[in-house]
Design a protein around this ligand. Structure first.
Ligand code: SAH
Ligand code: SF4
Length: 345
């Protein structure tokens, strides 16, 4: 018996081929797209615009994917974390951050992460597998269903995983998010630990979304220790790629800088950072380090964080302090583990 087709795994062209194979008129494809990506149908039987007979007939050949919601937690600051289970039992997390009328969903691109950054719990736990494009999009669709009538307005690829290590599926998801879910490319940010060849290829293959680069150090010696990817693509090479990155007018690259006490937070670091970023249209997001169970690294003091920001600002580098939301539910940057081990109930 042939396997049933997940309708959300098909491109628009493939959906047309599917419809043609089953002698469905073309307008059925538009209806399907509407129900999949605007109405967030989680089952063919929800498509009430189709007759019961047609729904049953389609259900013989196809289905609509829908991840299981394992848990939903709400932080004191309003941030919500969703734990989803995938069809093979892997679990991933998405985090919803509310800021006035902006609803930002932080999504995962992989189950786990292979990059091994020493300050990040996801990295410490290792890599399970790449997500498929529909699994990336299903996080947005599921959350939209759960928070209806509200709707996610912004997307950041800052959950579990290194998006550019899952290049094909992430790019294909981005085309669908911008094309079919009508979320503007200006409201989407992809964050990378610095896979240089992929950064160079990305603007050729993906819609023009915002790029964020996790820099996190100002010397190769320190960055080698924090982020093993630096041994393949050191700071000079990374910033060269950023200099060559085509930016639309008014846009800037975001550099994320996780500030860690006594590791990368000195005034010399601030000075080096200013020099390194010269000539790149950018801003810096300073993320004070979030500890997780068992971590030896420490967050700098508040005056230390402010002093680092001031040093950048004094040299005309835009620098914002980004306190991660949702620390009490382990939803903050670097705290996603994709399961509930060790959590109190
Ligand atoms: N893999 C991608 C995107 C996910 S990580 C990347 O590394 O860019 C999203 C951000 O969280 C990165 O900027 C990373 O540096 C930051 N981060 C990871 N662990 C953290 C921690 N413990 N505290 C604060 N920020 C952290
Ligand atoms: Fe992976 Fe990003 Fe964590 Fe590094 S910081 S281990 S690249 S998720």
């Amino acid at each position: 018996m042939s396997q049933k087709i997940n309708l959300k795994s098909l491109s628009v062209d493939e959906l047309h081929d599917f419809a043609a194979d089953y002698h469905l008129p073309r307008y059925r494809v538009d209806q399907l797209l509407h129900w999949l990506y605007d109405r967030y149908a989680a089952d063919l039987q929800e498509i009430t615009e189709f007759s019961k007979a047609l729904r049953d007939e389609l259900a013989q050949k196809a289905y609509i994917s829908s991840p299981g919601l394992v848990a939903r937690q709400r932080s004191e600051d309003g941030t919500e974390k969703f734990l989803f289970s995938l069809k093979d039992g892997n679990t991933i997390e998405s985090v919803l951050i509310t800021d006035k009328d902006r609803l930002t969903l932080c999504i995962s691109s992989q189950a786990g992460c292979a990059m091994g950054c020493s300050f990040c719990l996801t990295g410490e736990l290792g890599f399970n597998r790449n997500l498929e494009a529909f699994e990336i999009i299903d996080q947005i669709i599921s959350v939209n269903r759960l928070i209806s009538p509200r709707k996610v307005s912004n997307i950041v690829f800052m959950g579990m995983g290194e998006p550019l290590a899952n290049f094909g599926e992430v790019t294909s998801a981005l085309w669908k998010i911008t094309g079919l879910m009508a979320i503007s490319k200006r409201r989407i940010t992809v964050s990378t630990s610095g896979l240089v060849p992929r950064i160079l290829e990305f603007p050729k293959k993906a819609p023009e979304v915002n790029l964020a680069v996790s820099l996190n150090a100002t010397t190769d010696e320190v960055r080698d220790r924090l982020m093993p990817v630096n041994r393949s693509y050191p700071i000079g090479m990374l910033l060269d790629a950023c200099r060559r990155y085509p930016l639309q007018s008014g846009r800037r690259i975001t550099f994320e800088y996780v500030l860690i006490d006594g590791v990368n937070d000195t005034s010399e670091d601030a000075g080096r950072l200013v020099r390194l970023l010269r000539g790149i249209r950018c801003k810096v997001n300073i993320i004070p380090y979030n500890p997780h169970e068992g971590s030896r690294l420490k967050r700098p003091s508040n005056p230390g964080v402010l002093a680092f920001q001031k040093a950048l600002e004094d040299s005309h580098v835009t620098a914002l302090i980004r306190e991660s939301k949702g620390q009490d539910i382990l939803a903050a940057c670097g705290q996603l583990r994709g399961d509930f081990q060790g959590k109190e109930h």
